[in-house]
Design a protein around this ligand. Structure first.
Ligand code: IPE
Ligand code: IPE
Ligand code: MG
Length: 257
């Protein structure tokens, strides 16, 4: 598909602004397979994924999405070979360094969620400086899930609640979904409307376990380094045809229970 086709697709989805997702979350998978198919080391796939991030962030900002959450590095990814982990940390650092100006021009804010204390110091400090640098913006919020696990997030929330209870600030009877949410890594993060996973795996891989309860899921076989903005538009176009019921009944019949 050429530029024209891609622009047409964007125009089509923008024609239904009330049906645009507010929050898109992406499991950026398939870098290793992309590299292997080319006889390259895995890290070459990660490096190729970097330019895709730039393009998808820009496209999301142009569509005026409110939130884009990218699964960048999972808790389980710490178990990968040390050389791969080290290379991924360097790439994170370089990517933020290179792209922060462009993000600023696109009015993008930045946020990170996960056990950031596990990151090497230089990478963590890059993340923090980039967040600070973009903190005055009020366009798209880019959330990078880093050293992130859905179960870890829930456990960390439970710890926070127990500590608050010990201080006498929370009583067991106060604990409900709204209160629980306030103890998650990003208390004001709305649930994703659309989850995209690249490279065809049919699983969640410990991503946003609490927040994905009613998210629409779109899985494509395209590997992350091959993912282009037209693929994002295609996913959104499919999302616009979905009927979200949240356990209720279809819109058309909801008037006559
Ligand atoms: C996703 O690509 C990037 C990270 C998990 C950091 P992978 O490295 O998982 O690529 P595949 O799944 O092996 O192809
Ligand atoms: C999920 O991909 C994590 C990220 C994309 C950062 P993985 O490649 O780690 O997940 P599995 O191992 O296929 O479930
Ligand atoms: Mg993978």
């Amino acid at each position: 598909m050429g530029r024209r086709k891609s622009a047409d697709l964007a125009e089509r989805i923008l024609r239904r602004p009330e049906r645009l997702p507010r929050h898109v979350a992406i499991i950026m998978d398939g870098n290793g397979r992309w590299a292997r198919r080319r006889g390259l080391p895995r890290i070459a796939g990660h490096a190729a994924g970097r330019t895709v991030v730039r393009d998808i962030v820009a496209a999301s900002a142009e569509l005026q999405l409110r939130e884009l959450t990218l699964y960048t590095f999972s808790m389980e990814n710490w178990n990968r070979p040390r050389t791969e982990v080290a290379a991924l940390m360097r790439l994170l650092d370089q990517t933020l360094k290179e792209q922060v100006e462009e993000m600023d021009r696109s009015n993008v804010r930045l946020n990170a969620l996960g056990r950031l204390e596990l990151l090497p110091k230089y990478a963590r400090s890059r993340v923090e400086r980039s967040i600070e640098r973009l903190s005055k913006n009020d366009g798209l919020r880019l959330n990078i899930a880093l050293s992130y696990g859905g179960r870890t997030e829930i456990i960390d929330a439970v710890r926070g609640i127990v500590e608050a209870a010990r201080r006498g600030e929370v009583r067991p009877a106060d604990i409900d979904e709204d209160l629980f949410r306030r103890f998650l890594y990003v208390p004001d993060l709305p649930d994703p409307d659309l989850l995209i996973r690249t490279s065809g795996e049919l699983r969640i891989s410990n991503f946003l376990l609490w927040q994905l309860a009613y998210t629409e899921i779109y899985i494509t076989d395209v590997l992350w380094p091959d993912f282009r903005r037209r693929h994002l538009y295609e996913a959104i176009e499919v999302y616009q045809t979905r009927e979200r019921r949240f356990g209720g009944v279809a819109q058309a019949s909801s008037g006559r229970r």
